[in-house]
Ligand binder design. Structure first.
Ligand code: BG6
Length: 512
């Protein structure tokens, strides 16, 4: 299936401002009782309905082992929506939404349940879904193969004979494997059942407004691009700090760690968007091509000195005492899983020649913040020499991804008074101040794009592979050398070794 948008890269850009409304369709959730579905996915679907972006006949199917009736499922969705939706609860919208809800009871290997799913979808098609079905797999990776092969066996997937009646799409939540090899295996399993243009891999960071704004900021302005290169940029810091710990997610997190959990996907995508060349158009093919070129050009120099790993120890956050990683439920005493990782990478092309990209991600850090800081070379001291102990005036452009969405430009200015004293000041753009519309949640945008069949915000398999190629050498080194992460106090900014990594380069992490 080709997408009209892909076929016409020069289409009128005014199209992009029209409200995009999903056509007749049904969405089936596997893993509907999980945390992600409850807190993010179901509320996002409701928000779309509430914003008038889904058709009235929209079908929502839950598939799971709980012995639920359709009404039990409705009650569960209602609770999740009331607790977590972004838009206000509206009884009228809810009642229409609830009419299209069904629950199918069964385990992932239960043939009778897939027959039941087929009958349920047929009924929803009559009701108005018109044979357009998306399957959302928010399930552990080990269950992917089973669910996909059952969908195929039961003629529910797109390679099946009646698929021409409508579209079939599959949505896959990360992690896409745990290294290059397993990602390739997973992909071959998925693509046996769904053709590549029907596969939507979720990296929810790409659904965030502020992440999409990176492209707008870079390529719709004249003033940044001339500076965006090794002639002016000293280095780039990408930070994803969380104040939460791993909570009850030991089952998923232990053995995965910060690098696989968020650097392989979210942070490398941020790096790609920050460093890529201007794409030919905003269509998926061109966007993905440029991102892939950057990821392909990433290099590690001197691996042993290009990382830091940490594990949070007990401490205080917001005045409250919090557990250390080893006090969390189900974490074995000898776990080497990192809850903090920092990497230093280079991009081997002319634009970024010699510019380090420092990435860090961690749990239980000082506060929740994700930002990209492009730090410029030091200004000349010729006219405004510094006193000893002064920090150099280094301009920076900081893209604040969350939570205080916006952008800061840092530059030097004269302090009022009789002396020529120079100090750094900030100029701020905040979404909340400049726009009246509230930003939609990432999942609203992404689920809508799946239903519309628009792929630009979904990483292609090649990008996933390239990202593993960047991470695998680190993971292998840590494994072969049984590297033990260094403890850091909860509420701090990570282990000592992360600071040392930058000090060696005569630089320092920003304090967000
Ligand atoms: C997920 C990770 O992808 O992103 C989680 O698996 C992390 O560990 C979450 O907490 C953070 O997302 P956000 O949107 O709150 O930054």
């Amino acid at each position: 299936m080709t997408n009209d948008h892909e076929a016409n890269p020069l289409r009128d850009s005014r199209d992009r401002r029209l409200n995009r409304i999903a056509g007749p369709s049904a969405l089936v959730f596997f893993g509907v009782t999980g945390d992600l579905a409850k807190k993010k996915l179901l509320p996002a679907v409701y928000d779309l309905m509430n914003r008038g972006l889904l058709p009235p006949s929209f079908g929502l199917v839950g598939f799971g082992r709980r012995e639920w009736s359709d009404d039990d499922f409705r009650a569960y969705v209602r609770e999740s929506v009331q607790a977590h939706a972004r838009t206000p609860f509206n009884e009228e919208v809810w009642s229409q939404f609830a009419q299209g809800m069904r629950f199918v009871v069964g385990a992932f290997d239960d043939d009778a349940a897939y027959d039941q799913l087929k009958a349920t979808l047929a009924e929803l098609d009559e009701r108005g879904a018109q044979h357009n079905h998306a399957f959302y797999l928010s399930i552990p990776p080990k269950a992917f193969e089973q669910v996909l092969s059952k969908l195929a066996e039961h003629n529910l997937a797109s390679r099946n004979e009646d698929a021409h009646l409508g579209w079939r799409r599959v949505v896959i939540e990360k992690p896409f494997g745990h290294n290059l090899e397993s990602a390739r295996e997973l992909n071959s399993i998925v693509e046996k059942v769904f053709p590549s243009d029907a596969v939507f891999r979720i990296d929810h960071y790409l659904g965030k407004e502020t992440v999409q704004n990176i492209l707008a900021m870079r390529f719709s302005n004249q003033m940044f691009e001339p500076l965006w290169n090794a002639n002016y940029v000293d280095h780039v810091q990408i930070t994803m700090a969380e104040d939460i710990g791993i909570g009850s997610r030991a089952g998923y997190y232990d053995g995965v760690g910060a690098a696989r959990d968020v650097i392989q996907n979210h942070l490398l995508q941020l790096l790609a968007l920050t460093a890529m060349e201007e794409p030919l158009s905003l269509d998926s093919k061109h966007l993905r091509e440029e991102k892939a070129k950057v990821l392909e050009a990433v290099r590690i120099k001197n691996l042993q000195e290009s990382f830091a790993l940490g594990q949070y120890a007990a401490g205080y956050q917001g005045g409250e005492h919090v557990n250390g990683f080893f006090d969390e439920k189900d974490i074995p005493a000898d776990s080497r899983t990192e809850t903090f990782a920092a990497l230093k990478l280079f991009i081997d092309n002319r634009r970024w020649d010699g510019v380090p990209f420092y990435l860090r991600a961690g749990k239980r850090l000082g506060r929740r913040v994700t930002e990209i800081a492009v730090v410029f070379k030091k200004s000349s001291d010729r006219l405004f020499g510094r006193d000893e102990g002064d920090t150099a005036h280094q301009n920076a452009i900081v893209i604040r991804v969350q939570p205080d969405e916006g952008m800061t430009i840092r530059f030097a200015a004269k302090v009022p008074g009789t002396q020529m004293e120079i100090r750094d000041v900030n100029m701020d753009f905040g979404y909340g101040h400049s726009f009246t519309e509230e930003s939609p949640e990432a999942y609203e945008r992404l689920i809508l794009d799946v239903l519309l069949g628009e792929p630009p915000l979904f990483p292609r398999h090649e990008e996933v592979e390239l990202s593993w190629k960047i991470l695998d050498p680190f993971e292998e080194y840590w494994e072969e050398n049984t590297i033990k992460p260094e403890p850091y106090e909860s509420g701090s900014w990570g282990p000592r070794s992360a600071h040392e990594m930058l000090e060696r380069d005569d630089r320092a992490w920003r304090r967000p």
